[in-house]
Write a protein that binds this ligand. Sequence first.
Ligand code: SF4
Length: 69
Amino acid sequence: MATAVAHLELDRPRCEGHGLCEEASPHLMHLDDDGELILDVTDIPEAELEAAKTAVRVCPVAALKLARA
Ligand code: SF4
């Protein structure tokens, strides 16, 4: 498994479930049937870093953040 270079975190109370992050990076996260965002990948390898950064950037309420692994 690839070494994680960052950790993706969700501030769940902030998340409004519009799914812009999912549209941007559908292989990292998805909305479940109740509209709750599920992070499918939280240990982000180098190859996924740009996708994770994009998801963080598109969130209109800053509910996602990347922390150092
Ligand atoms: S873009 Fe932000 S508010 Fe929308 S589902 Fe993703 S984390 Fe939640």
